[in-house]
Design a protein around this ligand. Structure first.
Ligand code: NAD
Length: 357
């Protein structure tokens, strides 16, 4: 397979973790006979410094032509005081919008070797934790109109509108069911259909789309119960699909319980252009340039790209198994270090992964 990738390393630890991730990708290409051409483009703080904009037009154009986009991280204290209109984060929001990325896929996986970092009791995670939250990203209450703050009858009132049309629900449902087909074939749709009309429509459409995926087991939970079940018994979940607001909260909850921010990957998908793959953590300015960054979230984002963008299941699994084996053999970066393990820098842990591919 021959594919063209757009690489946005970004700021802080972004370039360090990206260069290590690409070493793993190169090895996979060699091992399985693929060719990945790469084009490096600017985003975030470094783009502001070099062009005056956190998202230069050239970056958008290159990403629109690519078969997949990889991102490190953006931001840092040196850009905290600049004009809010051109802050590094604007680059991230801008590229998601330009590529029409309406679905955010956030796997939360606890490698048994890192169970000590998990915030839940060992008996609760004895069966592991490997779920994925599929969050709608461009609709719902964050964008619904009308919205505002105004004075009514002498009192200030604030309001937003939670609104979805059937097409918005249908397209995110397809993403979730397709993702489940590549996993344990279970989807749990999370809503608040006992109270919200918008959730009743959500549930109706999810049920319609489910008919096209007879192999997938579908369940529904109200969001308050889902938040509870995530800490009570997270192993019951495979894919959770939900709206923008509920997904914002549940995806953070799911990832924080794993306790290892440097291990978590994500994907944002649309219909028209390629998907964007990135670690969920930020640019970690406190450790940038010191060789301390954990590159495993980026490496696992590359595995997600191979699986979800290119359907390269064997290749994705090869990376995941190599990461798992690296942890099993006791290698750790500082953020996941435990007594008795072998401390590695960013390059060394990548070497250990590459040896195990
Ligand atoms: P952060 O995720 O960058 O860092 C939080 C803590 O986790 C820090 O102590 C950091 O050292 C540690 N950490 C994060 N990733 C790590 C890794 N791979 N290996 C080892 N340790 C790691 O979040 P923050 O400190 O709140 O934000 C720093 C900057 O990143 C800010 O400018 C913020 O706006 C930006 N940010 C960017 C993104 C993104 O690009 N997607 C996401 C979140 C934050």
């Amino acid at each position: 397979m021959k594919k063209h990738l757009c690489i946005m390393a970004g700021d802080g630890i972004g370039p360090e973790i990206m260069s290590q991730g690409l070493r793993v990708l190169d090895k996979i290409a060699e091992k399985f006979g693929h060719e990945f051409t790469k084009e490096e483009v600017l985003i975030g703080g470094i783009a502001i410094d070099k062009t005056g904009s956190p998202l230069p037009d050239a970056t958008v154009e290159a990403c629109k032509k690519a078969d997949a986009v990889l991102l490190g991280a953006v931001g840092g204290p040196q850009w905290d005081t600049i004009d809010p209109a051109i802050r590094p984060e604007k680059g991230l929001l801008g590229i998601r919008k330009a590529l029409g990325l309406f679905a955010n896929l956030r796997p939360a996986r606890l490698f048994p070797e890192l169970a000590g970092a998990c915030l839940l009791r060992p008996d609760i995670v004895k069966d592991g934790l490997d779920l994925m939250v599929v969050r709608e990203l461009t609709g719902g209450i964050y964008f619904g109109k009308p919205a505002g703050v105004e004075v009514r009858d002498g009192k200030r009132v604030g309001y937003n509108t939670m609104i979805y049309n059937e097409d918005e629900v249908r397209r995110i449902a397809h993403i979730a069911f397709k993702a489940a087909m590549k996993r344990k074939k279970k989807v749990c749709s999370v809503d608040k259909a006992n109270v919200l009309d918008v959730s009743r429509l959500w549930r109706e459409i999810i049920l319609e789309v489910a008919k096209e995926y007879p192999e997938v087991e579908l369940s529904h939970l109200y969001v308050d119960n889902a938040a509870m079940q995530l800490v009570r018994d997270p192993s019951q979940f495979d894919v959770i699909v939900t709206s923008n607001l509920f997904g914002d909260i549940l995806s953070d909850e799911a990832s924080v319980i794993t306790g290892s921010i440097g291990m978590l990957a994500s994907a944002s998908l649309g219909n028209e252009y390629a998907g964007l793959y990135e670690p969920i953590h930020g640019s970690a300015p406190d450790i940038a340039g010191q060789g301390k960054a954990n590159p495993l979230a980026t490496i696992l984002s590359i595995a997600m790209m191979l699986l979800h963008e290119f359907d390269l299941e064997k290749e994705a699994l090869c990376i995941e198994n190599a990461v798992r084996k690296t942890l099993q053999d006791g290698y750790r970066t500082g953020d996941i270090m435990e007594e008795g393990k072998i401390l590695c820098n960013t390059t060394e842990i990548t070497d250990r992964v590459i040896e195990r591919l």
